[in-house]
Ligand binder design. Structure first.
Ligand SMILES: Cc1ncc(COP(=O)(O)O)c(C=O)c1O
Length: 400
């Protein structure tokens, strides 16, 4: 247990953990079930191309979400690209800058300009009040992002999209298992896209899924993810290879089967963090709306340097020295990374809340790989760091 400043690794103490604790360390479901599925796949000699495991994964996800169509794909980035193209988006599409870079890349990859909208600092999601000013004659759509699994203001954004005749889709990479006004995410807009990347709440090693209630769009996306093939020797649409393979689907099915246990582990970690950090000045944990379904996959801290007496970056360096690999998602914001920084050098002028928030956010480890004792140790270190912010600052600055 670390009790004094001198116990901290940046002051020469031994690191709190021998093995690095990662944000988003994969949850492994029922190993036996998974290995059996792998045997079955090999026996089937049906490794990809809409095999039985992909079909089962899609059916189970659709039934869980209460949505008409779930279309499994190789990852969420390709799934976003296919949806964007399937809907015929062109010109400019409005998205938040405070998101993973894939949201922007899925547009720019097709030479569609992402137009970055500022966020509401209270929710970290796109601020609907700032959308309309960004609409130009070239705007064709909006991509809302449910950051940290907390739904963006769907109703307000939908109202704007409908009134201005824009197509609305959602990057729901973080939001599998979450609800908005009692309805599961997956049911909103023209389509919503989930990620099943290894670090995500439900994982398929790599994977993505489009959920939609639109039959025509679903049929089109199924063609597009399979090169546009409508049957043997018959290509009817431009397409690409967005297919999920059978091994990934088996992992996704096992992950779905273990979902309740993952949520429970995440929820308990979240509660523990909440308890251990309560009352700590300048350090606040984001809230999840308890009247909705949440996956609690992200432990998101906001560090107010003036109140905490330590900056987010110094706190992060302190944790890294202890082998706690906290992350500053999604620093510095898409608009300050290439190619967007060069394409839109002045976009930051309209993104003041985004720029402020990217200096404050720190994501901590959670999931089934983290124990309550780990959470306590992490929080103890955070408390020590806050108590000794000035000294830590001088130590870290002297090491530069
Ligand atoms: C918000 C967001 N959108 C899109 C993606 C891309 O997902 P994938 O890795 O499955 O392509 C991710 C994460 O990886 C993400 O966090």
């Amino acid at each position: 247990m670390k009790n004094n400043l001198s116990d901290l690794a940046i002051c020469g103490g031994p690191p709190a953990f021998n093995e690095t604790l990662h944000v988003g360390r994969p949850n492994i479901g029922d190993r036996e079930q998974l290995l059996q599925s792998f045997q079955q796949i090999l026996d089937n000699r049906w490794l990809t191309n809409n095999g039985p495991f992909v079909q089962e994964f899609e059916k189970k996800a659709a039934s869980f979400l209460g949505v008409n169509h779930c279309i499994a794909m190789c990852n969420a980035t390709i799934a976003l690209e296919i949806v964007i193209r399937g809907l015929g988006l062109t010109g400019e599409v409005i998205i938040p800058s405070f998101t993973f870079i894939a949201t922007a890349h899925s547009l720019q990859w097709q030479e569609i300009s992402p137009v970055f909208c500022d966020i509401d600092p209270a929710t970290h999601n796109m601020d609907p009040q700032k959308i309309e000013d960004l609409i130009t004659p070239r705007t064709t759509g909006i991509i809302g992002v449910h950051l940290w699994g907390r739904p963006c203001d769907i109703e307000a954004i939908l109202e704007i999209a409908n009134r201005r005749n824009l197509k609305l889709i959602f990057d729901a990479a973080h939001a599998f298992g979450c609800s908005y006004k009692g309805q599961m995410i997956g049911n909103f807009g023209k389509a919503e896209v989930f990620s099943f990347h290894a670090t995500k709440f439900i994982n398929a090693f790599e994977g993505g899924m489009v959920a939609t209630n639109n039959d025509t769009l679903a049929a089109k996306l199924r063609l597009m993810k399979n090169f546009g093939f409508a049957g043997y020797d018959n290509v009817v649409h431009i397409g690409t290879n967005g297919k999920m393979n059978e091994m990934c689907a088996a992992m996704g099915i096992a992950s779905l089967a273990g979902m309740d246990a993952i949520v429970e582990a995440n929820r308990q970690n979240y509660r523990q963090y909440e308890t251990e950090l309560s009352g700590l000045p300048g350090v606040s944990l984001i809230h999840y709306d308890e009247s909705e379904k949440n996956n609690y996959q992200y432990i998101v801290l906001e560090i107010d340097e003036h109140l905490a007496g330590i900056s987010r970056d110094h706190l992060m360096a302190t944790l890294h020295a202890e082998n706690i690999f906290a992350r500053r998602y999604f620093y510095p914001g898409c608009h300050r990374m290439e190619p967007y920084r060069s394409y839109f050098p002045h976009s930051g002028l309209l993104l003041s809340e985004t720029e402020k928030l990217t200096e404050k956010i720190l994501i901590l480890p959670t999931g089934t790989a983290i124990s309550m004792a780990d959470v306590k140790t992490i929080c103890r270190i955070i408390r020590l760091a806050v108590d000794h912010g000035e000294t830590i600052k001088s130590i870290l600055e002297s090491q530069k």
